[in-house]
Design a protein around this ligand. Structure first.
Ligand code: GDP
Ligand code: CA
Length: 316
């Protein structure tokens, strides 16, 4: 079985760990969001690619859900002693090694897809991990700060401001001129079906869909998604702030309706939201309810199994 998965960070990584446990023999390709990438201290950081790589490779900090386990922060403390920022972004020493190599290999002219493949040689995530694009895409957020409109990199809004200042606009800058990375469209076309893990619909999945060609390729495929919204709220993080910025309600039904029946063939919602199974605005999408909290690898595996079963059922 060949499965292709669009992925953000923590929600995607936990789902993918479940998927690998549920269907160990499946050939899985992951298309990762790079709109969150940024370059503190000149280092190219790819938060979502790294979260997937470390989680599947067994190096993730389980408590945080991102970054390396058993980290130290000597380098960041030394930088701070020079007065160098950004102080709001946590970069552990082990994690910095990844970013140094990524930056070095990119500077030597290798595309991000090749760099990601090389980093994965160490981590052996058990999936093929592809960035959505080798081209630069940056998610920017427009908001009112200190009495004037400003545009910040997504990370600054998310991590420094905790998305507490309402965003008037979220834009994947560069996406419309970007091309899918080598293998991305092929992985979508060759898959038996495509899964959307419970990733952020705006800044994770939405940014991947903004790369020309990807959404079109998905329209010819069977796509089943897992809701990141349970009972009208994100399970973790501030996805509600992103949905509000694009005028979508924070509900399992509104997110599915936002993707639309053109894209989505199946949608898993939590039992708390089971009344939306027959919602008229979701006509054309097969909606099923079940527990959707990924409280353990076993729980995530059961969710992944349900997504696979629904995909096999609705397959075009
Ligand atoms: P990020 O890039 O690290 O923010 O991660 P993603 O975009 O992949 O996933 C973020 C989303 O995962 C958030 O909107 C959460 O609501 C969702 N999420 C996290 N844990 C769970 C869970 O246990 N169950 C479900 N259904 N969603 C979850
Ligand atoms: Ca992310």
């Amino acid at each position: 079985m060949r499965i292709t998965v669009l992925a953000g960070g923590v929600g995607a990584a936990r789902f993918l760990r479940g998927l690998r446990a549920a269907v160990p023999a499946a050939d899985v390709t992951v298309i990762g969001n790079t709109g969150d990438d940024f370059t503190p201290f000149g280092l190219h950081v790819s938060p979502d690619l790294d979260t997937v790589m470390y989680t599947l490779g067994g190096g993730i900090s389980e408590e945080q859900g991102w970054g390396r386990a058993a980290e130290s922060h000597t380098v960041l403390a030394e930088l701070a002693a020079y007065g160098a920022g950004p102080g709001w972004f946590g970069l552990g020493d082990k994690d910095i090694a990844t970013h140094i190599l990524r930056t070095q290999w990119l500077a030597a002219g290798q595309p991000l897809s090749a760099v990601t493949r090389r980093l994965c040689e160490r981590w052996q995530p058990g999936v093929t991990l592809l960035p959505m694009s080798d081209d630069l895409v940056r998610t920017h957020v427009t908001l009112e700060l200190d009495g004037r409109p400003q545009t910040l990199h997504f990370q600054e809004w998310w991590v420094r401001l905790h998305a507490a200042v309402p965003a008037s606009r979220i834009e994947a800058v560069g996406a419309s001129e970007a091309s899918p990375a080598p293998g991305v469209l092929e992985a979508i076309a060759a898959a038996d079906f495509v899964l959307f893990p419970p990733s952020n619909p705006v800044v994770s999945i939405g940014v991947i869909l903004a790369v020309p060609g990807i959404a079109d390729a998905l329209r010819d495929q069977t796509v089943v998604g897992v809701s990141p919204i349970i009972g009208g709220a994100p399970v973790r993080g501030m996805a509600d702030a992103c949905l509000t910025a694009i005028g979508v309600q924070t509900s399992a039904a509104a997110v599915a309706a936002h993707y639309g029946a053109e894209l989505l063939d199946g949608w898993l919602v939590d039992d708390q939201d089971k009344d939306v199974v027959d919602a008229p605005e979701l006509a054309g999408i097969a909606v099923r309810s079940r527990p959707l909290y990924m409280t353990s690898v076993a729980a995530a595996a059961e969710i992944a199994r349900a997504a696979v079963d629904l995909a096999l059922e609705v397959r075009r």
